[in-house]
Each structure stands twice: as C-alpha cells, then as structure tokens.
Design a protein around this ligand. Structure first.
Ligand code: NAD
Ligand code: MG
Length: 402
C-alpha cells in the first residue's frame, strides 16, 4: 500500500480561513465537541451545513446558533419536527433521507467535511466527500473499515485529503509530521484504555450489563463506540483504520494498553526512537487539530499537568479474554471484504447487546461466526457489492442471534 503521509501537509496547508464546514453527525458526541471548537473560533469557520439523524431538537438548537444554509435529517417526520423548531425568519434548505448525507458531503460551497456519523451509515457520505475532492476530517472509522481501498482511490483521483480525528490516528499524524513515513517508519503503536472491563475475568464478563459496558473510565462518547471500547473492537477497527491511513500491513501496527489515556499513540522509527502524543482525554484536541490543520488554535479547556497526573502505566492487551481485537486483525489479513463482515456483524451484535437481547460474550461469538461464513469478494469490487455484503451479514447475524 502506498502511504498518504507525504500528501497531507502539502495539500492541507493550502486551505484558507475561514473554512466552509459541513458536519455529518452534528448532533452526536463528536459533532457537539466540534461545534464547541467552532464556537471558540468563529472567525475561522463558516458553518455551511449540519446533518443530524433523528434528534430534531438538538439539530434545531445548533442551527439556530450557527445558521447554516443546509440541514439534513433521516426522514420526513424528523424534518417536520425540525421545521417547527427553527427560529422565525430562518429558512434553510432541509434535505431528507440517507442520500441527503452524500449530497451534503459534496456540496459545492463546502471545503471541509467532518465525517462523524456513527457506523457503516458513514461510508457512502465519506466516499462522496472523497470523490468531490474535499478536505475530510474523519471521525467515522467504520467507513475506512468498510471501503478503505475505495476511499483511498477516490482521494488519489480527486485530490481529497483525510485529516484523522480519531485520537490515536491524530496522535500518529502529529508524530509522523516532517518524516517520510515509508522509509523512516518501523511501526505504529496504538494505545488503548482497555475499557471498563480491563483486568476482569471471563465469569465477570459473562454477566456484565449494557449500563456497565457504557461506563467508560476516561472518555465520554456515543453508545456504539463505548461498547466497542469495552470489547476492544474499537481498537480492532482502529488497527484497520491505521493500516488504511498510513499504508502499513497489520503486522506493523501494535496495540498497547494504557489505562490513563494520556499517551494517545506512538510512532516508532527505524532508529528505535518512539515519538508520542500526550494530552488530556478530550476529543476537542484532535478535532481542532484536524479542522484547523496546519494551524494550531488555543482551546479553553483543562490542560495536562504531568506533575499532578497519576502514574502512566502500560501493558499488553489480553486478546484471549477480548477476542475482538484479534478478530479484526484476522479479518483485515484475510481479504479486502472480510472487514465488511466484521463491521456489520459487530454493529448488529452491539445493538442486540444494548437492547438486552444477547450477552456481552455473544458479541465476539457472532462476529467470529460471520467471518467464518463470509466468502471474500473480488479485490476490485465496488461500493454496491460492499454494501450488499454489509446487508447480507446483518441479516445472517440477526438470524444467528435468534
Ligand atoms: P454518536 O452516536 O454520539 O453520534 C452519531 C451521529 O450520527 C449523530 O449525529 C446521529 O444523529 C448520526 N447518525 C446515527 N445514525 C445515522 C444514520 N443512519 N444516518 C445518518 N446519521 C446518523 O456517535 P459518536 O460517538 O459521536 O461517534 C461518531 C463517529 O466518530 C463514530 O464512527 C465513532 O467511532 C467515531 N469516534 C468517536 C469518538 C468519540 O469520542 N465519541 C472518538 C473517536 C472516533
Ligand atoms: Mg480512538
């Protein structure tokens, strides 16, 4: 795989301020943090479009403050509710339905797209932004897991640039800047908090509830990624994300458990140097970095003080107790479409667990079964085939769970 590292600084530096911004998933955890960054630096951005899912109330509140010309929601009912909540005299265009997110991602007046929808639903909008040559601040890791090759190819053809928002990948990006990654790089080390169940045993894991799994020790995040953090699937998806972003095989991306979430990842160079990125666990730091890159902006939030921080500790992940990490690495190594099955089975299993319909330890079992069933698609298949494989896996995983 060819790395993108050397492309980022040259291109992103050309995007002038104020930047015209579209946020896909503005009502979620990442979207809300991003708008906080924008509110702290209103002179640097013009919010052109906000896309939510079903939360009309929050979207209306955001729209009333930032006054974008375009809004997008999932269906007619939400659109009607939204219209009723907007301030008098403000009449943005309201786009409706799954296709609306692709339209927003490719709006001609937009330079920068924050891709922060959760799950596979973020894939086609991210691909649309890539085809339209946008700067993409990418939080939606699932889109690279599903169709990393297609997104990379689209970026190459259109000149689109991906700026990583995921804290580990943003940390790696910062530690990679100024280096020719292909020649100097030995390996990437992704840190992981270990989630709320680090150090527990199988009998404990067998009985955990959704509320316990949602209670992440360091990060405040949406429900799906919180469960992924508890199973270590989040780190598995992030290993695949790193392989796509930095053009490395899975064998050169390691995972290190670091429960305090202060060191956000490390790059090891061929001379043995390891460069790390440190900061408080708050997504506004990587969000601001990717939205403003290469400029750095001041953020009004608590700062890291290492003198008063607790001890920083590191340990190897327990891949026996948390098999999702190994399943993700195996899926990426197996074929270019096995990650589609991995991701789809995971999304279904997480939803079933959140609904109380399966146990925590059923999540890796359902994913492993989906990977065993999956027949690899041809290397050159397109988005439609990947989406079909995603739908098939969802249907089969639901059937297997019942
Ligand atoms: P969230 O659940 O808080 O928000 C998701 C957003 O997507 C909401 O605006 C929701 O309305 C919208 N949405 C959900 N389903 C949709 C659909 N089918 N179509 C259109 N919109 C839909 O999620 P989050 O925690 O903000 O995570 C968003 C993405 O960022 C995920 O891919 C996650 O892995 C990634 N990420 C999140 C964090 C974090 O701290 N929250 C950190 C790193 C990466
Ligand atoms: Mg992360």
């Amino acid at each position: 795989m060819k790395s993108y590292i050397s492309l980022w600084p040259a291109h992103a530096a050309q995007l002038p301020f104020p930047r015209s911004l579209a946020i896909l998933g503005s009502t979620g955890s990442i979207g809300v943090s991003a708008l906080d960054v924008v509110a702290q630096h209103p002179d640097l951005f013009r919010v052109a479009a906000l896309a939510g899912g079903r939360n009309a109330r929050r979207l209306a509140e955001q729209a009333a403050i930032f006054r974008p010309g375009v809004l997008a929601v999932l269906d007619e009912t939400v659109a009607r509710e939204l219209k009723g909540l907007l301030p008098a005299g403000y009449t943005p265009e309201i786009l409706i339905g799954p296709g609306a997110y692709e339209t927003v991602a490719a709006l001609p007046g937009v330079d920068l797209v924050l891709s922060a929808i959760v799950g596979a639903a973020g894939f086609l909008p991210t691909l649309a932004a890539a085809k339209a040559g946008k700067y993409i601040a990418l939080a939606n890791k699932e889109s690279l897991v599903l169709g990393g090759r297609l997104i990379r190819n689209a970026c190459r053809e259109s000149g689109a640039i991906i700026l990583p928002v995921d804290s580990e990948h943003n940390a790696l990006f910062q530690a990679l800047c100024g280096h020719n990654g292909d020649e100097d790089l030995a390996r990437l080390i992704l840190t992981a908090s270990g989630g709320p169940f680090r150090g527990k045993d199988a009998s404990f894991l067998a009985k955990v509830t959704p509320a316990q799994a949602l209670n992440h020790p360091n990060w405040s995040m949406g429900a799906k990624i919180s469960i992924d953090s508890a199973t270590l699937m989040n780190k598995g998806l992030e290993v695949i994300e790193a392989c796509h972003l930095y053009g490395l095989p899975v064998s050169r991306v390691d995972v290190l458990v670091h429960p305090q979430s202060i060191v956000h990842s490390l790059v090891e160079y061929v001379d043995g140097s390891q460069l790390a990125h440190l900061g408080v666990p708050d997504m506004r730091i990587p969000i601001a970095h990717s939205l403003c890159y290469p400029r750095r902006v001041a953020l009004n939030m608590p700062r890291l003080n290492l003198a008063s921080a607790s001890d920083l500790t590191f340990e190897a992940p327990d891949e026996t107790l948390f098999p999702c990490l190994g399943l993700a690495k195996a899926a990426f190594a197996a074929s270019h479409s096995h990650p589609v099955a991995l991701n789809a089975a995971n999304e279904v299993a997480v939803e079933l667990f959140l609904q109380g319909r399966i146990q925590f330890l059923d999540i890796p079992r359902l994913i492993e079964a989906a990977l065993t069933r999956h027949a690899a698609l041809p290397q050159d298949c397109g988005a439609a085939e990947l989406i079909n494989a995603d739908s098939d896996t969802r249907r089969e995983t639901l059937a297997a769970a019942n």
